[in-house]
Design a protein around this ligand. Structure first.
Ligand SMILES: [Zn+2]
Ligand SMILES: [Zn+2]
Length: 159
């Protein structure tokens, strides 16, 4: 279960990955009907199907409805999963099945590069970025790209 937010309200949602039956079952609070990889959702407008990758959102009245991933991305920010943190987050994972949503601060603390998402925890150039001339929160590679972008920007400013 993830917390999501649009401009008006905070709701709860879960993404149907085709594999997270148990998580979805706990979220919906009832047995799932899965057919050909699609899961049936009882909505206020009747039964709807969610395809793999679709999000299932819990509305303010406790109702559920599916949402296509592209619409979801346009409409919502997923919030950081760290307790008490309400910052918009990105998805990170060390390996498949360990995905978590973290804000910049908590991603950095957990050792993830905000740019490419790779896990850099324990690497001196990441943990002590400033001391190595790198941008904090980014791996060496992404840090270099940022510095390059900034350099180009500076050149344009001069002209
Ligand atoms: Zn956070
Ligand atoms: Zn990176």
């Amino acid at each position: 279960m993830l917390r999501i937010q649009n401009k008006i309200t905070q709701k709860e949602a879960i993404q149907w990955t085709g594999k997270n039956e148990k998580e979805l079952y706990n979220f919906l609070g009832k047995m799932l009907t899965i057919y050909g990889g699609r899961v049936q959702i009882e909505t206020l407008e009747g039964t709807m199907e969610a395809n793999k990758g679709d999000w299932i959102i819990k509305g303010l009245k406790g109702e559920f409805y599916p949402c296509k991933p592209n619409i979801f991305e346009q409409s919502y920010d997923v919030l950081c999963e760290e307790k008490g943190c309400n910052e918009p987050a990105q998805k990170f994972s060390i390996e498949e099945g360990t995905e978590e949503y973290l804000c910049f601060k908590h991603a950095t603390e957990s050792g993830f590069c905000w740019g490419c998402g790779s896990f850099c925890g324990g690497m001196e150039s990441f943990d002590f970025a400033e001391a190595h001339g790198n941008v904090r929160g980014y791996c060496e590679h992404c840090s270099d790209e940022i510095k390059m972008d900034c350099g180009e920007y500076d050149d344009e400013e001069v002209q």
